[in-house]
Ligand binder design. Structure first.
Ligand code: HEM
Length: 154
């Protein structure tokens, strides 16, 4: 019989895996779109926006919710360094998603409106803004995993 701890932990780990998977897939689609024609880029960016909507946002919201119930089920104190740091990182990840998703909508609009054979200067400018956000989010996620596994108490 599965207890509450096991169920919350499974949900927490599924949310985390989905969020990291979506980050990596979106990165690959971005690189593909960058080397494509505007019409191909428009299709790839539509896929990115759909992944954001169906996977990234729900999993980003599920991580703190399942994490909260996990912590209260086990009885961890929210003042513990690792938990406080992970919660802060999670809100940084949500903020990064917000900024990145706005830039991705702009990229989609630019690709859809493009009348030329190649993506223009404006696309490159916005892409160069969004790329570090994606890479940074992936690195923050890895730091969060390390904190959760090691659970350092300072
Ligand atoms: C508000 C944010 C978060 C809260 C409150 C939270 C809470 C928790 C708690 C209490 C545990 C310990 C469960 C146990 O002792 O078995 C845990 C485990 C875990 N969390 Fe989080 N978490 C949060 C965010 C994250 C994030 C952003 C990630 C990764 C991207 C993450 C990945 C993990 C992993 C991999 C484990 C399993 C660690 C292990 O069993 O050794 N968590 N989380």
């Amino acid at each position: 019989m599965l207890d509450a701890y096991t169920l919350w932990k499974i949900a927490h780990l599924i949310a985390m895996t989905a969020m990291i998977g979506a980050t990596i897939i979106n990165g690959i689609l971005h690189l593909q779109a960058r080397a494509s024609t505007p019409s191909q880029a428009e299709t790839l960016l539509r896929a990115i926006l759909r992944i954001n909507h169906l996977i990234m946002l729900p999993s980003l919201l599920a991580i703190p919710v399942t994490g909260y119930f996990l912590a209260t089920t086990v009885g961890y104190a929210f003042t513990d360094t690792w938990l406080l740091a992970s919660a802060t990182l999670t809100f940084a990840l949500i903020a990064a998603f917000w900024v990145g998703a706005i830039a991705e909508k702009s990229l989609h609009r630019i690709a859809a409106a493009s009348k030329t054979a190649a993506l223009g200067e404006r696309y490159t400018q916005v892409f160069n803004r969004v790329a570090p956000i994606g890479t940074g989010a992936l690195l923050l996620s890895l730091v969060a995993i390390a904190l959760m596994v090691v659970k350092p108490v300072l």
